[in-house]
Structures are given as structure tokens and as C-alpha cells.
Design a protein around this ligand. Structure first.
Ligand SMILES: *[C@@H]1O[C@H](CO)[C@@H](O)[C@H](O)[C@H]1NC(C)=O
Ligand SMILES: [Cu+2]
Length: 250
């Protein structure tokens, strides 16, 4: 019985691949809507609109090669956004990320990182060399539900809490869905990172860093090469890649 159920789930997941995965056309900060990157419209507009969410290639596909610079901010990371624009959020505040959709059954964690931009203008910062990143928040398998499914059932919305003690300034926020439905195969994990250009106000004096994208993830990490079709106990012991949340942020 268990095997056949697993097969059915795997088949259903596979069919789900035909549908779009999702992208982030909208952010909400303190109840105020801010345009994200709408892949159905923004790439075709002339002039190309300024957006705080980094543009991606003209699809919502995933990244599977963790050594690619696409892992930094999504497919086409080499292409910087058309110009300087950042959303302002207070340290300790919340950035609501509203995906247009997300398929149920793309089981996995939701991971969130930040990197301080070297200048006040984040649009010139690719973030794909060195180790400027630090992890701020992650959710994996909570009360028997993968964070990705919780996101899908929450109006496709995820709330990112901006640390209260980081220094004010310009940051990239790297928000990521990691889909593990095919991850029992090596290189079967699907990464969907999205980068958001922020101006953080207030805050403290912490200037964390230490992680590189690429660099922080390896294909063989136990949180990347992982079979989600196991018991809840095994899933509950799942350890996401990229290490722990940076200590002392709040
Ligand atoms: C649900 O998502 C839609 C589209 O992103 C948004 O316009 C709407 O305000 C959201 N609803 C709530 C209650 O947040
Ligand atoms: Cu998919």
C-alpha cells in the first residue's frame, strides 16, 4: 500500500511539472503593495520597468546546478536589473513575498538569506562572488507539513522577518523555495531563488556574512539529496542546506 501511494504521489507531482512553478509579482511591506517582477509583462514593456525584485529569464524554471551563478538570484543572474530601485523596510519589520502560485507537492523548505550591497545601489551588485550572504530565516517540515505547502496554502504568501540588529543600509534579500520532490536522485533538487533589493532602516551594528552563492550548497548535502517520501519522523529531522540561521540577529 505504501509503495503504491508513493507511486501515485510521484506521478501526480510529475504531472504538476507541466504547470507553472511560480514567480514573485508582488511584495507587501506594512500593508503597502510594491510591484515585484511579473514575467508575463515586465520583460516585454518598453522601457523596461524598474523593479525591486530581480528579473529572471523569461520562464519560471528552476535551477538544479548549485555551482552555477544562477543559484545566486535565479536564472540569468548575470543580467542586472535595469536600474536602481529598492524597497524600504525597517529592521525588525516584515517583507511579505506574494508568489503568483506555487504547486502543492513541491515539498521542501523555504530559505531566506541577506547580503549587504557594497554600495547604496544594489542594482550593481550580483552577489555571486565571495561570501557576502548570511541566513536569516528558514522553515522546513513543521507539524507534518512542508513549508512549501504552507506557503501554497497561505495565498502563496511567505513572511520574511528582517533582522532587528543588522546595520542599516542596502541589502539583497535572497528568498528561496527548494523543491525536493525529485531530490532522492542526486541533482534532482529544484532551487527557485528570488532576489529583492531592500533599503533597511534603523537596526543595529551587526554586519554578518560568510556564505557564498554559489558555494554554500553542495549537490551531496543531506538537505539537498533527500527523499521526502519517508515517514514524518524522518522529514521532521530534515536539516536544510546552508547551515543555521546566523546567531544573534534579533
Ligand atoms: C492574496 O494574493 C493576491 C495576489 O497576490 C493579493 O492581491 C491579495 O491581496 C492577497 N490576499 C491577502 C488576504 O493577502
Ligand atoms: Cu516543478
Amino acid at each position: 500500500m505504501h509503495l503504491s501511494l508513493t507511486t501515485i504521489i510521484a506521478a501526480a507531482t510529475f504531472i504538476g511539472e507541466v504547470a507553472a512553478h511560480g514567480y514573485v509579482p508582488l511584495l507587501r511591506i506594512n500593508g503597502k503593495d510594491i510591484s515585484g517582477w511579473d514575467i508575463t509583462k515586465d520583460p516585454y514593456a518598453t522601457p523596461q520597468p524598474l523593479r525591486v525584485v530581480r528579473g529572471t529569464k523569461l520562464d519560471s524554471g528552476f535551477i538544479s546546478d548549485v555551482t552555477s551563478t544562477d543559484i545566486t538570484c535565479s536564472i540569468g543572474n548575470q543580467k542586472l536589473p535595469p536600474g536602481p530601485i529598492q524597497a524600504t523596510v525597517a529592521a525588525g519589520g516584515t517583507v511579505q513575498v506574494l508568489w503568483n502560485t506555487w504547486p502543492l507537492g513541491h515539498y521542501g523548505p523555504v530559505l531566506n538569506y541577506m547580503a549587504k550591497c557594497p554600495t547604496s545601489d544594489c542594482s550593481t551588485f550580483k552577489g555571486d562572488t565571495g561570501t557576502p550572504w548570511f541566513k536569516i530565516q528558514q522553515d522546513a517540515f513543521v507539524n507534518g507539513v512542508w513549508a512549501s505547502d504552507t506557503l501554497a496554502k497561505s495565498n502563496f504568501t511567505y513572511n520574511v522577518h528582517i533582522p532587528s540588529k543588522i546595520a542599516p543600509g542596502s541589502y539583497l534579500l535572497r528568498h528561496e523555495n527548494l523543491a525536493l520532490h525529485g531530490a532522492s536522485n542526486l541533482n534532482g533538487a529544484q532551487f527557485y531563488p528570488v532576489c529583492i533589493q531592500l533599503t533597511v532602516t534603523g537596526g543595529g551594528s551587526l554586519n554578518p556574512s560568510g556564505l557564498g552563492f554559489p558555494g554554500a550548497y553542495k549537490a551531496t548535502d543531506p538537505g539537498i539529496h533527500f527523499n521526502v517520501y519517508q515517514s514524518d519522523a524522518v522529514n521532521a529531522a530534515y536539516v536544510p542546506p546552508g547551515g543555521s540561521v546566523y546567531p544573534g540577529l534579533n
